[in-house]
Design a protein around this ligand. Sequence first.
Ligand code: ARG
Ligand code: ZN
Length: 492
Amino acid sequence: MRKPLVLVGLVVIALVVAACTSADDAAPTTTQPTTTTSSTTTATTTVPATTTTPVAQARPGAADLGDSLYAGIGNGGYDVAHYDLNLVIEPDSDSIAGIVTIEATATQALSRFNLDLIGFEVERVTVDGDQAEFTRDDAELVITPNRDLASGSVFTTEIKYSGTHEPFRPEAFNGTETIGWTDGSDGTEYVISEPDASRSWFPVNDHPSDKATFTFSLTVPNDVIAIANGTNTSVVTDIGSDTWQWSMDEPMAPYLATVIVGDYEILTDDTGPVPIRNAFPAGYRVPSDVDLTNDIMDMFIELIGPYPFDEYGIAVVRGFGFALENQSLSVFGPELVFADVIVHELAHQWFGNAVTPADWGDIWLNEGFATYAEFLWTERQFGRDFIETQFRDIRNAINGNANFSPPGSPPANALFNGGVYIRGAMVLHALRLEVGDDAFFETLQTYYQRHRNGTVRTADFIAVAEEVSGGQLDDLFDAWLYEDDIPEFPSG
Ligand code: ARG
Ligand code: ZN
């Protein structure tokens, strides 16, 4: 009954992806002032002078984390542990009034530090309860606490801000798509942040290498509900408004944070291995493929390892044109609620969300794995030969097509081009054929287990694959990840 949708999907990808001009702007690495200390040594002594450890001098944190594709995102000098987003949301005026509280550890002695924030008016900033000076510099919020922060100290920053949310056009889509805080077609408000639009709705260290836990306190008019990542911990009703609290207790990359405000119903299902809470707009007819969620969940738990979070759900948003794997709550456009996409976004909870690339240049670690998961689901129903044929057919159809970048080196202005998806999946399939099923699935399991809740680079995956298989795999990965030409599949 089900027809293979991969090729259909590829046609869509090919149509959507604009010709990739190579935009290899290497991120400028911020040079930090070096502190020189004069050490006094006694000239007469015969004992070699020991250099005394210089007293760490506080200096500004970097304004940029040096992402290989995108300059300006993320900041150095601290590591965020927790975000509390307290937002009063007024859908009628498209405005937000927020207090964001950020708990972080200084990773150097800091005289000042940056957050990423675009738009809004910042009304007040405090650090450890004391008012701090701040300036706005383009997408940077530069904060000078009234005394230096010692390296290793835990500090709390509170930012009070307000204004209207504005659509954001990331370089990742070459300026052709707007994301950020968005109005759906039925009055729903929702947020899409991947890759770098978190900074368009809250002050943040907007880079996937700095994961943190999140709590949300969302005040909205009584006639709508507010949904966010994690578990609903309370709803407090007031005159005219309700405050919805949500808690994401596992570390989350900021791009996976989401808020949905609308006339929604939450449907729960506790019959499977993980509690499901799906959010649908009032009156929405739920497609039957949603009923596959528990089976798909079972498959991943069996093949990869335990589901990484406490609950899972999808949220359908009218007027949204794709799907995104927000942590524990994937968001779907109404046209995308079918098996392959349900499989894809669920797979991202393991690959992308629990195990997160530390650099956007490694996006194939998300999209290649989630796409491969679709093949694993297909294989369960149609058998191994079926996907072998699919892979070879697709390889032959797209080899030489510049819209499919080598998966390990996507262009900055077409981050989500077809190459990171289907060619990313081919990397995994080639590995499977090379090392055999046992070593392949053990590699996926070990990689997940070892890096769950953390961040990774491509080299971390290769290291696990080599460790498990006991072989040298550099040549295989180099050819499949970085060459323009797609190799022939090993015979297996
Ligand atoms: N990570 C999303 C996925 O599951 C894709 C995001 C693409 N974003 C977009 N605005 N087209 O594939
Ligand atoms: Zn994906």
